[in-house]
Design a binder for this molecule. Structure first.
Ligand code: CA
Length: 236
């Protein structure tokens, strides 16, 4: 039997490393741990893991550099482990090719949810690939990408072209955080103004249409300073 999902964990804080490794082992994942970048990278090349958990603050190298290096040769999902004070690093990590992040301190269920989501999605942003033609469905909200139809509890929701583009991009990547910049460049193109204002205006309109209480969103969550995350598709 050699079918266990393999995870390489690169984390220099012993307690966190131990906590994550024992959580994953209990869930039947195979875990290799490293406490610095050099060991971590050689573990990645030798074990070909299904997923990488990477602390951004390592003793020997900057985590962002490691992401960029890994991305030159592998598309393995990377989840960044970061401290609460590292908002800018999180954004840079995501824009460098990390799939998601988890902020310390976190519990086992949050960790497992992030891992399951990352394993299901490839690291690439899903825009219009065929595997994503199945409608998104979660708690009364259905998005039919082919028909460009959005319904909430069976009633059609009218979105503008731009609003639909934003919602479908988030829905195709549901459960994953999408940074403001990557949303803007995917919706408005790579030369769009990097000002988030137009995105915020559109999001406010989307929430007015989708959410019962736009101030407490149920479908599209704000990750402050980073981007948006859509409620995970119930089919998964
Ligand atoms: Ca650290």
């Amino acid at each position: 039997m050699n079918t266990k999902i393999t995870i390489v964990l690169i984390e220099d804080e012993k307690n966190i490393c131990h906590f994550i490794a024992s959580t994953l082992t209990a869930q039947d994942y195979k875990v290799f741990t490293a406490s610095n970048a050099q060991t971590g990278i050689s573990l990645i090349t030798s074990s070909c893991p299904d997923l990488i958990l990477l602390d951004l603050g390592l003793p020997d190298r900057d985590g962002l550099e490691i992401i960029e290096e890994i991305r030159t040769w592998a598309s393995i999902p990377i989840i960044v482990i970061s401290a609460r004070t590292q908002e800018q690093e999180k954004v840079r990590a995501l824009d460098s090719g990390a799939d998601d992040y988890i902020t310390k301190p976190f519990g086992p269920s949050e960790l497992m949810a992030r891992i399951r989501t990352a394993l299901r999605h490839s690291n690439r942003l899903h825009t219009d690939s065929l595997i994503n033609q199945r409608p998104y469905q979660a708690e009364g909200l259905v998005i039919n990408f082919e028909k460009r139809l959005v319904t909430l509890d069976g009633a059609e929701i009218h979105l503008t072209q731009i609003e639909f583009k934003i919602v479908s991009l988030l829905a195709r990547n549901s459960g994953k955080v999408i940074t403001y910049d990557s949303l803007i460049s995917n919706v408005w193109g790579p030369y769009a103004d990097d000002d988030n204002r137009i995105l915020r205006v559109n999001m406010a309109n989307i929430r007015r249409k989708l959410e019962k209480n736009p101030a407490e969103p149920h479908y599209i969550f704000t990750e402050i300073g980073i981007g948006y995350r859509m409620l995970e598709d119930k089919e998964g």
